[in-house]
Design a protein around this ligand. Structure first.
Ligand SMILES: [Zn+2]
Ligand SMILES: [Zn+2]
Length: 146
């Protein structure tokens, strides 16, 4: 049950990340996300305003884990752990593997990782400003496996 809750929270976060990226970050909080897209063409700042979203996601996870620990509630801890695991996975695939923000890591040649790269590349190189797609990270169209 606990494991299932961790896995469910993890994948639910892919949905949260997708919808937040599509409707909030490319919507009314574009001002915070913009520099992540500008980093493609301009000089790459060490920290981007976009990194602020990590805090937004980490806060409920930390609250759930601390609250769960003090209330001895394993379900809250499990949900907090699922959110945290997703955050770490997102950081590894998006910031380390794709954007190479830690330059000493080279890109793995795994087929799934290659597909993540292609799918996220499509997000960063849209045909025009209205053509942004692939707002999720881990789930994408299977055409990116080719
Ligand atoms: Zn974006
Ligand atoms: Zn990106």
């Amino acid at each position: 049950m606990i494991i299932l809750l961790i896995i469910t929270s993890f994948w639910f976060m892919e949905f949260v990340a997708w919808s937040n990226h599509k409707y909030v970050m490319h919507g009314f909080l574009w001002s915070l996300h913009k520099d992540h897209h500008l980093a493609d063409i301009a000089s790459k700042p060490v920290l981007q305003k976009n990194d602020f979203f990590f805090l937004i996601y980490a806060t409920p996870a930390i609250i759930l884990i601390i609250w769960g620990l003090s209330a001895a509630n394993p379900y809250m801890i499990a949900i907090g752990a699922g959110i945290s695991l997703y955050g770490m996975t997102y950081f590894i695939f998006h910031d380390v593997v794709y954007h190479q923000r830690l330059p000493f890591f080279s890109r793995p040649s795994n087929a799934y990782v290659k597909a993540i790269i292609k799918a996220h590349q499509a997000h960063h190189k849209p045909k025009n400003i209205k053509d942004f797609n692939n707002f999720g990270l881990l789930i994408f169209h299977r055409r990116y496996f080719n």
